[in-house]
Design a protein around this ligand. Structure first.
Ligand SMILES: Cc1cc2nc3c(=O)[nH]c(=O)nc-3n(C[C@H](O)[C@H](O)[C@H](O)COP(=O)(O)OP(=O)(O)OC[C@H]3O[C@@H](n4cnc5c(N)ncnc54)[C@H](O)[C@@H]3O)c2cc1C
Length: 496
């Protein structure tokens, strides 16, 4: 059978495109290499505890907000979402001082200013009005999310001033206060706070969505994937797992089929790749290809964001209170922004602590996840090894790193001491091997305001009927991937 659309990769981006195109009446086949769909949304179970991998919370899911509109169209609003505390969805800690991120643009500003005062810091009138101006920017970017999407062109997005401005410089020129700029970056694990590259748009669109509203999903992020996959199959689509695409077959400037090993092929009229674009290109033969080497080099030379070290803790029942907010632990406000490429050591690097929503509104949680940025060169000496067979030295490295993270979290969560029943860890190598992401990067291609036209990618490719989707193109995260899926689907639909 020849499908209308063959989708390579069953991560969020691939599944969302599959749903939207199946809904339009096109025959869709998704090919996923893993046993389960979801990519970064996958859950895993250890000792009877269900853990999340690359999903902890989303923003903008309340009525009228951007993700609500998209998830409503995808039939995902009925999942057991749990809104985080509106007066503190993220708590940011700097050397013991606590700052609350609250929902609502005015509330957000007032709460931060209140906490600065409480921690003994005087914020002058100029900085206060700068903070309000920043909140207005978040509001404007949040409210115009769909205006950007409606243009259906990422090139236009790259060209707009929000993308080609540096956020760090904007904050400096608007707020004039290093403490506030540090605090605003305190939830930095949502993105890389690279002073020299991070576009104003990336920082503001992501922060705007969380200031609107913040949500966890009881039972884990994989439900998003399984719900979408079931709906796609319900509309007659195919979702094939445990099948790795090993080649995209090109003929006369078009993709013709994907090879799924041992000379087996799936044919299609159009193809969407949910993979990292460099990985997508590696699936296309160089000889007689319409894809020129210059294009390959451009894509393959783009840098990727950091990866993540995650510590998943299985806890004794009924011991650790569930906190309906995330905690971000940072050393101090000077070091959250990466100003000169220096990496903090593990004792000082920023950490995120996420609590799994308990069943039946119980007051204690059974699982806690700790996340810490980790760079490829910190694990690259094991890059030639395979999952579960990386050797003693690697296991030792993971155990010691986990110990540091746990000790640092225990300073702020003393209830954790003596309650850990199981500790499970992953590194960028784990992500590389499960999702195929280059160097285990958590958020894909690093966006660079000074090279916006090069680092924001279009869903179209030099192959007429091969399209791209996923976190590498525009914005990462659940909202970013969903926005891009809308764009990719509209372009693919228009190609029929
Ligand atoms: C640790 C971590 C925490 C995160 N936390 C959050 C969060 O709290 N909130 C948020 O909004 N975002 C979060 N993110 C980001 C978010 O998870 C990602 O942006 C998003 O899930 C990426 O989706 P994707 O579809 O682009 O790619 P992926 O999820 O990487 O999907 C790609 C899919 O392609 C498959 N594949 C690869 N190669 C092949 C092949 N050759 N053949 C077939 N299939 C193949 C992979 O197995 C995978 O299923 C987090 C990410 C990480 C790593």
């Amino acid at each position: 059978m020849k499908y209308d659309v063959v989708i390579i990769g069953g991560g969020l981006g691939g599944l969302e495109c599959g749903y939207m195109l199946a809904k339009k009446g096109l025959s869709v086949c998704i090919v996923e290499k893993n046993a389960r769909t979801g990519g970064c949304l996958q859950n895993f179970t250890r000792n009877g505890h269900i853990f999340d991998t690359g999903f902890h919370y989303v923003g903008g899911l309340a009525e009228g907000q951007p993700l609500n509109k998209i998830f409503s169209a995808l039939g995902l609003l009925d999942l057991p979402w749990k809104q985080l505390d509106t007066d503190c969805f993220d708590e940011v800690i700097f050397n013991g001082e606590r700052y609350r991120f609250a929902n609502g643009y005015d509330n957000f500003t007032e709460t931060l200013l209140h906490d600065c005062e409480k921690n003994g810091h005087t914020i002058n009138a100029k900085a206060q009005s700068g903070l309000k101006e920043y909140a207005n920017l978040l509001k404007e970017i949040g409210e115009t999310t769909f205006d950007r999407l409606n243009k259906k062109s990422l090139e236009h997005l790259a060209a707009e001033s929000y993308f080609s401005k540096p956020i760090y410089q904007y904050l400096k020129e608007t707020i004039y206060n290093e403490l506030l700029i540090g605090i605003l970056g305190g939830t930095s694990l949502k993105m890389e706070l690279e002073e020299k590259t991070l576009p104003l748009y990336t920082f503001s669109q992501i922060n705007s969505s969380f200031v609107q509203s913040a949500w966890r999903l009881r039972g884990g992020g994989e439900q998003i994937a399984t719900t979408l996959a079931a709906k796609i199959e319900g509309m007659g689509g195919k979702v094939l797992t445990r099948l790795e695409v090993t080649r995209i077959v090109e003929k006369d400037g078009k993709a013709e089929a994907v090879e799924i090993g041992a000379g087996e092929y799936i044919e299609g009229k159009a193809f969407i790749s949910n993979l990292h674009p460099a990985l997508t290109l590696s699936l296309i033969n160089r000889e007689n290809s319409s894809i020129k080497n210059i294009f390959r080099r451009r894509i393959c030379n783009l840098e990727n964001t950091f990866g993540m070290f995650t510590v998943n803790l299985a806890l004794k029942a009924g011991r650790v209170p569930y906190l309906n907010r995330n905690i971000f632990i940072n050393k101090n406000t000077d070091t959250v922004w990466n100003k000169n490429g220096e990496r903090e050591n593990f004792e000082n690097r920023s950490l995120m602590v996420s609590f799994q929503v308990p069943e039946n509104e119980a007051v204690h949680t059974d699982n806690i996840d700790i996340l810490m940025p980790m760079y490829w060169n910190e694990v690259s000496k094991w890059e030639g090894t395979k999952l579960f067979r990386r050797g003693e030295e690697y296991e030792d490295f993971k155990a010691k790193t986990a110990e540091i993270c746990i000790r640092r979290v225990e300073e702020y969560l003393p209830d954790l001491k003596g309650t850990i029943e199981g500790t499970f860890t992953s590194t960028p190598l784990t992500y590389r091997d499960y999702t195929g992401t280059i160097n285990g990067s958590a958020y894909g291609i690093r966006k660079d305001y000074s090279r916006a036209m090069l680092t924001v990618l279009s869903p179209t490719t030099p192959l007429q009927n091969l399209f791209l989707t996923g976190q590498n193109l525009n914005l990462h995260g659940i909202l970013g991937v969903s926005m891009t899926a809308l764009m990719t689907s509209a372009i693919v639909e228009g190609s029929f």
